[in-house]
Design a binder for this molecule. Structure first.
Ligand code: GLN
Length: 478
């Protein structure tokens, strides 16, 4: 049965590719449908949308069949604005494309839009963007999560078949959870960071935001790999398998008491517990475990990530990249000051100050050094845990999507969103968020984490649970 592009919007990326390859769906018409939907997007999810389909769309002959791809603003895309949500980089046109984007393009996916994000990926609600907040397709009074909020809103609204996000402390997983989608943060080093505008280099990792676990696996399969242009990239150890697992026989799931107890909203807890029951029904065993240092992860992260950011963001000086604002007195120092004062938003300035302070002589050992020690302890906690369980399950975020403006004046409340996702980031291990159900009509995310390079394991487990839960990821498509 030939599929019309409008019906096809509700199919997953994997299903769309199959329909294109079998000749039931026209790749160019599908691209045009998504492009027009993106151009008319009312969630402010996009910072740039293509004017037209490319003259030659790589279609049925390629593995990714020309499928439209939405790319977070912070990925450099040659000749296409790449601004990382910042006014300082407004209109910046990079001379090259990030490796992860290029690899997907080489496999046939085609960029149709760049997506809104918190400035330099600092945030959990997308309210820190210089290009305005993004709204959640499930409820436009609420945030989509962040910092990859535009990518998540675009996919949830059916304005992109799939999207690229980045995750430093939760920025793929938490927006995926808030928007009823699948979000995967791969093992640190498995995907090249070349061409990603850096936030915290020891934590940043690119990954998929998709409508199904199979879609996430497919995107990862083409993105991962060692890249000579990123010295920290190593690639995965085994090829990504598109998951087919439907049972969890023998899988040992650990639930860390420190991350699944206090502070988790009732509706989220109920959905999490129901998912664990489903896992048991599929054959898994579920036990309580401990990650004794995980409660300190947030504090360590808010020393380490700003420290790295203060260093990374020093390159934005008005000389080499982005916008330059001359000082009235014509001085160089004045130009630096004005460019950075007017170019950076308040959250970015807060992080630069925190990070500069933590790295300053006399405070370095007390803050940065100590935070590094906590990071090591967290790595050890996970190693101990994975000696007795295969995967670790937690709620992805302690709440469902919150109302716009409700946390903007309270940075600590905002930071607490990443309580359950930051420990995995500090340890560099892979973690996926899948929808576990609805709480008062809003999606809840379930996080599954595994040891480094266990992507096939967590994708398989997530796929089995996804099939059992039967969540409708097209539920917000209008
Ligand atoms: N919300 C966290 C922060 O503001 C994580 C952001 C991210 O993963 N990029 O730093």
């Amino acid at each position: 049965m030939p599929t019309t592009p409008t019906d096809a919007i509700k199919l997953t990326a994997t299903q769309q590719i199959a329909a294109i390859q079998s000749g039931d769906l026209d790749a160019r018409e599908l691209f045009e449908t998504y492009r027009q939907r993106a151009a008319a997007d009312a969630h402010n999810a996009f910072t740039w949308v293509a004017d037209e389909a490319p003259a030659e769309l790589p279609a049925s002959g390629t593995p990714l069949a020309g499928l439209p791809l939405a790319v977070k603003d912070l990925f450099c895309t040659e000749g296409i604005p790449s601004q990382s949500g910042s006014k300082l980089l407004e209109g910046y046109l990079p001379p090259y494309t990030a490796t992860s984007v290029q690899k997907l393009v080489d496999a046939g996916s085609t960029v149709h839009g760049k997506t809104n994000q918190d400035e330099f990926a600092m945030g959990s609600s997308n309210e820190n963007s210089a290009y305005g907040p993004v709204t959640n397709p499930w409820d436009a009074a609420r945030v989509p999560g962040g910092s990859s909020g535009g990518s998540a809103a675009a996919v949830a609204a059916g304005h992109a078949a799939w999207a690229l996000g980045t995750d430093t402390g939760g920025s793929i997983r938490q927006p995926a959870a808030f928007c009823g989608l699948v979000g995967l943060k791969p093992t640190y080093g498995s995907v090249s960071r070349f061409g990603m505008i850096a936030f915290a280099s020891s934590l940043d990792q690119a990954g998929p935001i998709t409508r199904s676990v199979a879609d996430a696996a497919l995107m990862l399969k083409f993105m991962e790999g060692k890249d000579p242009r990123d010295m920290t990239s190593i690639g995965l150890r085994e090829p990504v398998e598109v998951p087919t697992r439907t049972d969890l026989t023998g899988l040992r799931i650990g639930v860390p008491e420190e991350l699944a107890g206090e502070g988790v909203e009732d509706g989220v807890r109920a959905s999490f517990e129901a998912a664990l029951e489903q896992a048991k029904a599929l054959g898994a065993t579920v036990t309580t475990i401990h990650l004794p240092n995980a409660p300190h992860a947030l504090s360590a992260y808010y020393v380490l990530a700003p420290a790295e950011a203060s260093s990374n963001l020093s390159r934005f000086d008005g000389v080499r990249y982005g916008n330059r604002l001359e000082a009235e007195d014509g001085s160089l120092i004045g130009m630096y000051t004005r460019t950075r004062t007017e170019g950076f938003g308040p959250e970015v300035k807060r992080r630069i100050m925190l990070g500069t302070y933590a790295l300053s002589a006399g405070f370095y050992d007390a803050y940065y050094g100590r935070a590094q020690q906590v990071r090591t302890k967290i790595v050890e906690d996970f190693a101990t845990a994975f000696a007795s369980v295969d995967v670790i399950a937690t709620p992805t975020a302690p709440s469902v999507a919150f109302e716009l403006g409700s946390k903007t004046n309270d940075p600590l409340a905002m930071y607490l969103n990443d309580f359950c996702t930051i420990p995995m980031s500090l340890a560099g291990i892979p973690a996926i968020s899948i929808p576990s159900g609805l709480s008062d009509g809003l999606p809840v995310g379930l996080q599954l984490a595994g040891p480094a390079f266990s992507e096939n394991l967590i994708l398989g487990a997530a796929h089995a649970l996804e099939q059992a839960i039967g969540f409708d990821t097209a539920g917000a498509i209008r």
